[in-house]
Design a protein around this ligand. Structure first.
Ligand code: NAI
Length: 445
């Protein structure tokens, strides 16, 4: 497994749990040292125990020697990052191709090279070309096995997936069968669970991953726009979302209004799909719009908080609950808190922030002036306004009276709808949330 980040570490550990010998190669020295010392460099519930058990059982090892890991391997997975390229939004595949060249140089015997990273359509074929050029003698096949795990629920998602996608070269039937057999063996425990395993061509597998993520991002963006509309017409977005979600064709998940989708996948994958569509001469206009609406939404949320403060936040103390792009992760990549806190900081506010898992990852990406607090009540201390950015469960149970006792002002901007408007208003707060007209919304007055 090349790459020991969120996906490589979880997938590698879970394959080991399935009974396979796994060597994870990680080049980031801090991450590698942590892993070798039995510390998990990312926040992922349950992962520490699973890593420990599999290391103890001798099925899981960590190192930076790619040759040692690849030699004798039946399959080599590439799980390195594919971030957005600056400018055109295309996925940056340079880490993938660099890893593939390294693999090609040291592989021996028949090897399946599998992309676990999310890669643009055509990457698998380019990988095959690179390998043929680097090692004309190597007996290999290329496969695409995109990963659908969610941070925060990654182990469960990997062990009990809705489906597994295995793409192999449709123009090379012999190779396809060999590669499929190896991957089938790896995923054998899932056959017992009757998990659908979909065998497709390379390009199809690559496109499935982008289509899935873009669809979900579009669903989030849809409810965000409906949420805004609810505020204008006096409707309640929670009731709208619940009611449309009860229709099995729509489904109730991913219909929660928010300050916009962030994270390591949706923003970059939606941008990448629009680039793939444009380059192929078949623009995916719904997703182009989704990207634009979402970027605007994060700015709108900053404006909303400033308007709620009376149009000027300079000199005000703003407490912020939650920083990560969603709960149960320490991932700050493209979190909505980044643009929102940036606007508040530029507006001259003093920001006191707390996040249960993201304090370390937040520091490098948030304004320097942010004060990091020990807990939610500490973040509320002396605050004129409290802003909820991430819906961590522990915030839901905070008693409004306790918040009131810490705060100087009485304003709460709940950008995740974690609280009941009535309970908060009864405690004497001015309260705004998303798409719920029963909350006090003085910014519209
Ligand atoms: P990450 O940045 O956490 O991990 C990538 C790791 O690969 C880093 O630790 C890096 O040091 C290491 N690396 C890079 N080049 C290397 C090399 N040549 N040899 C050894 N190690 C190397 O990224 P993450 O989040 O794990 O994502 C990886 C891929 O999986 C991306 O394409 C992403 O889109 C996809 N993905 C991510 C999901 C997530 O929830 N994070 C879910 C599904 C897919």
């Amino acid at each position: 497994m090349i790459g020991g980040g969120y996906v490589g570490l979880v997938s590698g550990t879970c394959f080991a749990e399935f009974g396979t010998d796994v060597a994870i190669v990680e080049t980031n020295p801090d991450r590698l040292t942590a892993l070798r010392e039995g510390r998990i460099p990312i926040y992922e519930p349950g992962l520490d125990r699973l890593v420990e058990e599999n290391v103890e059982a001798g099925r899981l090892t960590f190192g930076d020697d790619i040759a040692a890991a690849v030699k004798g391997a039946d399959a080599v997975f590439v799980a390195v990052g594919t971030p957005s390229r600056r400018g055109d939004g295309q996925a940056d595949t340079s880490y993938v191709y660099a890893a593939v060249e390294q693999i090609a140089r040291v592989a021996d015997g028949y090897t399946v090279i599998v992309t676990k990273s999310t890669v643009p359509v055509g990457t698998g074929r380019e990988i095959a070309r690179i390998i043929r050029k680097t090692r004309p003698d190597l007996d290999f096949d290329v496969a695409s096995n995109p990963e659908f795990l969610r941070e925060g629920n990654a182990i469960q998602d990997f062990m009990r997936p809705d489906r597994v996608i295995i793409g192999t070269d449709q123009y090379k039937p012999e190779g396809t069968e060999r590669a499929q057999n190896i991957l089938r063996k790896l995923y054998r425990p899932l056959y017992l669970l009757e998990t659908p395993i979909v065998f497709t061509g390379l390009e199809t597998a690559e496109l499935i991953k982008y289509s899935a993520n873009s669809f979900l991002a579009m669903k989030i963006t849809f409810i965000n726009e409906i949420s805004d509309l609810c505020e204008k017409v006096g409707a309640n977005v929670n009731d709208v979302a619940r009611s449309i979600g009860l229709d099995g064709r729509i489904g109730k998940k991913f219909l929660h209004p928010s300050p916009g989708f962030g994270g390591s996948c949706f923003p970059k994958d939606t941008r990448a799909l629009t680039a793939i569509g444009r380059n192929a001469g078949s623009p995916v206009r719904l997703i182009e719009t989704t990207v634009a609406v979402n970027e605007q939404r994060m700015k709108d949320m900053g404006e909303r908080v400033i308007a709620f403060a009376g149009g000027d936040v300079s000199g005000l103390t703003i407490g912020v609950l939650g920083l990560t792009f969603k709960p149960e992760t320490d991932d700050m990549r493209e979190a909505a808190s980044i643009p929102v806190l940036d606007m508040l900081d530029k507006g001259g506010a003093k920001i006191r922030a707390f996040d249960p898992a993201g304090m370390t990852t937040a520091r490098p990406v948030l304004p320097k002036s942010v004060t990091y607090c020990t807990d939610a009540l500490d973040a509320a201390k002396g605050a004129d306004i409290l802003v909820v950015m991430t819906e961590w469960n522990e915030f839901r149970s905070l008693a409004p009276e306790k918040l009131a006792a810490e705060m100087k002002g009485r304003k709460i901007a709940d950008l995740r709808n974690i609280w009941d408007p009535k309970a908060i208003k009864d405690a004497g707060f001015d309260y705004i949330s998303l798409g719920r007209p029963d909350a006090v919304q003085p910014h519209q007055a």
